[in-house]
Design a protein around this ligand. Structure first.
Ligand code: 5GP
Ligand code: SF4
Ligand code: MG
Length: 450
């Protein structure tokens, strides 16, 4: 997500801000801009570059804008343009637009309640539920209506909400998904990842706090705490896989944390080998760390075709498998006759690992030792990463030995939870914690009946 307030080129900068975060979602994208009186929307299915290729930025005039790239975890799997965000709702007097990242866990129950009392929902996304809760609120102003609505929803979320004259920015009480605020001159910018700030020339100010609602308007910035201070539970997978290496989360740089995960992994699970290689792009940092710690050379044993999107993010297993084949190639000159340590950041369904071990062997590697720079993922995620059932998680259903055999490796080892925490938690005081429920089963938010 990206938002900007108080800048002549709001829509253009949002376009760049989305570009820097394209890795977070590739199914669809959109921008809503406000000129102070009306909201205008342009959105479509596909990548930022495709959807905005023909967008007429002259028509997207205004000093405030919000944008979104979609990665569906609830609702339809990226095939309906209606579900592409921002969602824009118009009424006779005013309009409101929503960009959301995360998962509203009680969306089904709330949807049922809303429908029973007469609301007609237009999309299958959980995001729309918040819009209806706000609309039905009897509070006098939008701010109070948003707070009331937020108190009814549970899960992991960050929202950027735009009205003609105000922008609202919020993070769930545990701060599971990241969201930061920056400035360009007098203008405010908001982004899921700080990589977006660098691209638009903004400076980082601070992160949105867990349970905080920030209202941005002509009067400046106002902060409201709508939930008790809880310990921060930032998603560990943001570090492991999802975020860009140049982003900082909780004041920890993502590349640096991955490199440290690789180092911890080398300490915990060393192996006699000739070269270390990583699966591009997300495992390169960890592979460099592993190599540095072990004293083995880091080599580019696998290269990536950069014209193909992230494999995991494709909505169906079929597309994912095809994606891996088209995406990665072994470098024969480097791996032939060698004992290779192959670092991947994580194993979810096992598609990537299995394929790469085979590719490396076909290219002449004599041994392939797989080292995973995160703990086994044995539990589903309900907070906005697309792994919501236990049966799809290969580590949940197989022993380490069985898994090693399935992927065809000579040996397999994972990083421990302690090793991961050492790499990403600065200190364990309030607001510094992480969510690692998919690895540990300790869920920060649960909803009974869901
Ligand atoms: P697998 O191929 O085992 O299903 O997925 C593992 C690969 O997908 C890893 O190489 C990793 O880079 C990527 N991946 C792992 N976890 C996640 C995740 O939670 N979200 C996304 N989008 N990709 C992931
Ligand atoms: Fe992230 Fe895992 Fe927690 Fe989901 S369960 S928010 S993927 S750490
Ligand atoms: Mg990967």
């Amino acid at each position: 997500m990206f938002g900007i307030w108080g800048h002549e080129k709001a829509a253009e900068l949002t376009y760049y801000g989305l570009h820097a975060q394209q890795h977070r979602g590739q199914e669809g994208t959109g921008i809503v801009v406000s000129d102070g009186e009306t909201l205008k929307l342009h959105k479509g299915l596909g990548l930022v570059n495709d959807v905005f290729k023909h967008a007429n930025f002259k028509e997207l005039q205004g000093r405030a804008a919000i944008g979104h790239v979609r990665y569906s975890t609830l609702g339809d799997k990226g095939t309906e343009v209606d579900s592409v965000q921002p969602l824009l709702f118009r009424s006779q007097t005013t309009s409101i637009a929503f960009a959301h990242s995360g998962n509203i866990m009680n969306a089904h129950a709330l949807r049922r309640e809303l429908e029973d009392s007469g609301s007609i929902l237009q999309t299958s996304t959980d995001t729309e539920v918040l819009a209806h809760l706000i609309k039905r609120s009897t509070q006098a102003n939008t701010e109070d209506a948003i707070v009331e609505a937020l108190q009814k929803i549970a899960g992991a979320y960050t929202f950027i909400i735009l009205k003609e004259d105000k922008m609202y920015v919020t993070t769930d009480p545990h701060g599971i998904r990241p969201l930061s605020i920056g400035k360009i001159g007098e203008a405010y910018v908001v982004a899921s990842e700080t990589s977006a700030f660098d691209l638009v020339g903004a400076t980082f100010e601070r992160e949105v706090l867990p349970g905080e609602l920030i209202v941005i308007s002509e009067e400046g910035l106002k902060s409201i705490r709508f939930a008790m201070r809880e310990q921060r539970k930032l998603c560990a997978m943001e570090y492991v896989y999802l975020s860009r290496p140049d982003s900082d989360l909780n004041h920890v740089n993502v590349h640096a944390s991955r490199k440290k995960m690789g180092k911890e992994l080398a300490k915990e699970s060393p192996v006699e080998a000739d070269v270390v290689t990583g699966v591009p792009d997300s495992s390169i940092s960890a592979a460099i760390g592993y190599a540095e710690q072990s004293g083995l050379p880091y080599e580019m044993g696998i290269i990536k075709n950069r014209y193909i999107g992230r494999t995991f993010i494709q909505p169906s297993q079929e597309l994912r498998e095809q994606g891996v084949k088209m995406k990665l190639s072994p470098v024969r000159g480097i791996v032939e006759g060698k004992r290779v340590v192959m670092i991947d950041d994580s194993i979810v369904r096992g598609t990537t690992c299995k394929r790469i071990v085979r590719l490396l062997r076909e290219a002449g590697a004599v041994e392939v030792h797989v080292r995973i720079a995160s703990p086994p993922i044995e539990n589903p995620c309900f907070y906005g990463i697309d792994m919501s059932t236990k049966k799809e998680l290969i580590a949940a259903n197989n022993s380490l030995d069985a898994l090693c055999e399935m992927i065809g490796a000579d040996s397999l080892a994972y990083l421990s939870v302690e090793g991961m925490e050492k790499a990403i938690v600065r200190d364990k005081t309030i607001h510094q914690g992480i969510c690692s429920a998919c690895m540990t089963g300790k869920y920060p938010v649960t909803v009974s009946g869901e």
